[in-house]
Design a protein around this ligand. Sequence first.
Ligand code: ASP
Ligand code: MG
Length: 399
Amino acid sequence: MKFGGSSISNGEKIKNVSHIVRNYYDNGKNEIVLVVSALSGVTDSLISVAKDLINDFLDKTGAKNNKFYKKDIIDDFIQKTKNRHISAIKDAISDEDIQKSVIDKEEDILQELNEVLLGISYIGELTLRSLDYIMSFGERMSAPIVSASLKSIGINSASYTGGEAGLITDDKFGSARPLSVSYELIKSNIEPFLKEGIPVITGFIGKNKKGIITTLGRDGSDYTASIVGAAIDSDEIWIFTDVDGIMTSDPDLVPDAQMIPVLSYLEAMELSYFGASVIHPRTLEPAMSKNICVRIKNTFNPSKPGTAIVRAFEKSNKVVKAISCIKEVALISVIGASMIGTPGVAAKVFSALAKEDINVIMISQGSSEANISFVVKESQINDGVLALHNEFDLGTLKD
Ligand code: ASP
Ligand code: MG
């Protein structure tokens, strides 16, 4: 079971999660592994403070005055982060001994974070590798709290970082992929504990072969859950979020959107790549390899069955099962009678775009051959049009 940041954004919600888990655990009749995100907004705040710290700050006289300003920023950030996590602990956990031991652990983690932030502020650069290290603190702080909250309601539990659980990745900081050894390692590290209690694993983070922390990309906790589920051959992988499941369209745009009870892996993948941001797009790969059902459920409405994502493709008499949308895109149409029967026009169009590093999201060409339309990010439209003007020698481009 994976719980996202909005499901554990404060102590009350963490308490709610531990009660949901206790129900399903049923005194050990079901074996459960938890994967958790950071408390909501924490990853964003870590990224933004790290970015702030590599800027130059000027004092009133216009001179660079990095050290003092940066130290203030760090102290302020650490204090706020500490307050947020400590109050979550106090609200989620009533047992004082358990409270104290998790507070001690959080203080050590925060001390390390303080030093890391100081380090990058002195160096003044933020590599993908150091950003991964910094982002990892969100989950490293949340998992011990969720684990302690289970203990405080009588369930044995232990927390693991992704690396401790056995999630070993390649070196692609910021969007790392698990190495295949991870599956055996996770199985041997986690399975024995399942007989004793509930392991709580940090989502999103792993480590490379050298032991350096990596992340799986934003929203990567879903992906962790699926990797762990596949590693231990779980019966199902449940992704708890704050909606009832995958819907026929975005309910903010379409008020009468409906829940979809069952989707195939391929349909769900198409939807997640297409901007229905319910799950991380790679989540389904590990589950698919073992034919495990992935269920999307609502933390705030856990009795609802949610959406089950399975291999079998169920034909719908509605023809279209769901519509999702990507925003901030633009359509470019290349139109002209001279394109008809002229080989190589498409090759020229797309290589001109590729040279300018413009990614094409969707392509269509009419069978008349007199037009090619394609979709690019809105932010790339001017560069795209300019590239085509130059390629086809269409003269000066007006605003
Ligand atoms: N905490 C990470 C993020 O905000 C990973 C996750 O929540 O899945 O992207
Ligand atoms: Mg998410």
